[in-house]
Design a protein around this ligand. Structure first.
Ligand SMILES: [Zn+2]
Length: 189
């Protein structure tokens, strides 16, 4: 089932996601639905908050070009190490349509998480995978990639962010707008 994606500035995207304590059939279904939603929107990562569920779950699929055969579902993901070396890479976000910016982040990371079987796992990642993992783990903390930009660059983006918040940028996938857009929507008499 394709779920609607919550857009900036919906409050759920600022919420800190709760840890997952039990792997239930509903959680497995949520993981499947999140993958379906991500693929339908041509995304490569999606966090629980982005489908209105502030729980610590992310899904990632960066495709085969980096040798990753299957999608990843990570529960309670935690960055346990990051490289001192940083790298600039352009990021976009399904919750921030039509906005792309170069962000500086650690080049490689080590992540600890639970898989859908409840097994504790660790993975080391660099390149695009390291980037997507950091972006999605940020969502679980209530952060957007634009929060990682220097203040001056964020200032330049302010008008575009306000347009998204007002519901003026409508992406080609089902969405839930934030309160500003809902308040400004034309009333049906
Ligand atoms: Zn995002």
């Amino acid at each position: 089932m394709i779920l609607p994606i919550y857009l900036y500035d919906h409050p759920v995207l600022r919420q800190k996601a709760e840890p997952i304590t039990e792997i239930t059939p509903e959680l497995r279904k949520l993981a499947r639905d999140m993958l379906e939603t991500m693929y339908a929107a041509y995304g490569i990562g999606l966090a629980g908050n982005q489908v209105g569920v502030p729980r610590q779950i992310i899904v990632v699929d960066i495709g085969k070009e980096e040798g990753m055969e299957r999608p990843l579902v990570l529960l309670n993901p935690e960055l346990i190490a990051t490289s001192a070396e940083t790298v600039d890479m352009e990021e976009g976000c399904l919750s921030l349509p039509e906005l792309r910016e170069s962000v500086t982040r650690p080049a490689s990371v080590q992540v600890r998480y639970l898989d859908l079987q409840g097994q504790e796992r660790q993975l080391e990642a660099e390149g695009l995978l390291a980037r997507v993992l950091q972006h999605e783990i940020d969502h679980l903390q209530g952060l957007y990639f634009v929060d990682r930009l220097p203040a001056i660059r964020r200032l330049f983006l302010q008008r575009k962010l306000e347009r998204i918040a007002r519901g003026e940028i409508v992406p080609p996938y089902p969405v839930v707008f934030g309160p500003t857009a809902v308040a400004q929507a034309p009333k049906v008499l």
